[in-house]
Design a protein around this ligand. Sequence first.
Ligand code: ZN
Length: 253
Amino acid sequence: MKVGLIGGTGFYDLFDTLEEQTVKTEFGDVVLFRGGYEGQEVFFLPRHGTKHGVLAPHVSYKANMKALQQIKVERVIAVSAVGSLNPAIPVGGVSLLDQFVDMTRRRDKTYGEFSADMTEPFCPDLQDSFLEAANDLDLPMHKDVKLVGVDGPIYETRSELQLFAQWGMDVVGMTNTTEAVLARELGLCFSVVTLSTDLATGTAETPPDLATHKKVAEQNKEKMKRLILQTLTKIDERKACRCDNSYKSFVEA
Ligand SMILES: [Zn+2]
């Protein structure tokens, strides 16, 4: 089946062959790369562009998700870098997102055509796929993780981070809340694992910066690749999930 994979630029060598293609959408053109693994047809979409030049607030979220829908991808997995608000999740820690609070304000983040059910924002089937894969690999993965989404590209003040932590948020990131909303609006299954690249506690000695993010991402690249490939072997046709219910009832209305 067709699976979408959204991630940074570090995953080009994940598959033996990658065929570049451009998908035209009403929100702009999207470049993605078609590869395969264990019978899965995988479409890799580098969210920050092919040269990692597009910062989080400027990502073409609506075009990206629409492109995946147009090429008949139904299930999308994603990987992203986040900061940890929870001391139990160290630098290099891998988390499976379960809930989020969206604090982004300055971006176009909905197709705005109907009210989608976001009670459970991520696909339970795909969450299971990630969990099974991590279990197979003996890879520690934090579960039931709550994300707070911020605009970026600036980082947060200490007070903001302390507030988010008091709310019970575990990690802070800039991309996944928007992706999850748009995926749900289009009826796509979507699930995310994150890699913590800094301790965004506002008290860490080393302040977060892009160079640190890239260094930690590089150090953990092989681990994340193994997790993605193993997860791909676990993804199958839709089972119990209801990710496309809101979309279907909208389209059929
Ligand atoms: Zn689903």
